[in-house]
Design a protein around this ligand. Structure first.
Ligand SMILES: [Zn+2]
Length: 164
């Protein structure tokens, strides 16, 4: 899904962390900053990979984020006696990849690196990726993933407003 949807997801994770992790040593705005940043983290590879193959990278392997968040949680627990940031990174990045499984042209390799099978809840239109920009956008706007995108954003904003 798009950056906007991952941003909305980050807001919801931040609101949940604020509400259900009350003993956090972090300030409210810091929690939001971390959850919004973590919700975008898997897409950092668009700076070095083409959009159409950016899910084929380590940053979109769930096991990588399980490891990173566990490592963060352990270090944080030793330093602050709470795994808040590790928890936020885990929820934000796994949610990112769950949302990316509702794709238009690319799915997600949930079992990588053990299996490179690409999972998708929506039918993928891989052949449309190489169309010109106008045809690409037309295909994207007609695709079911775009409707999910709007629906998920509305849901996340309602959740965020209800939780904050
Ligand atoms: Zn992504």
């Amino acid at each position: 899904m798009t950056t906007l949807t991952h941003f909305s997801a980050g807001l919801v994770v931040g609101a949940i962390a604020q509400r259900y992790l009350p003993n956090s040593y972090l300030h409210g705005q810091t929690v939001y900053a971390i959850s919004i940043l973590a919700s975008q983290l898997p897409d950092v590879n668009v700076f070095w990979k083409p959009l159409k193959t950016h899910h084929d990278d380590l940053t979109h392997y769930p096991i990588f984020w399980v490891g990173m968040s566990a490592l963060t949680a352990i270090v944080e627990y030793v330093l602050h006696k709470t795994p808040t940031i590790g928890f936020i990174i885990f929820i934000s990045t796994i949610l990112h990849m769950f949302l990316d499984t509702f794709g238009w042209s690319i799915g997600l390799r949930w079992l990588a690196p053990f299996s490179m099978h690409e999972f998708s809840f929506t039918p993928l239109e891989k052949d449309k990726v190489d169309f010109d920009n106008r045809a690409k956008l037309q295909s994207l706007f007609r695709h079911i993933s775009f409707k999910y995108e709007i629906l998920v954003n509305l849901l996340f904003w309602c959740l965020f407003l209800a939780l904050k």
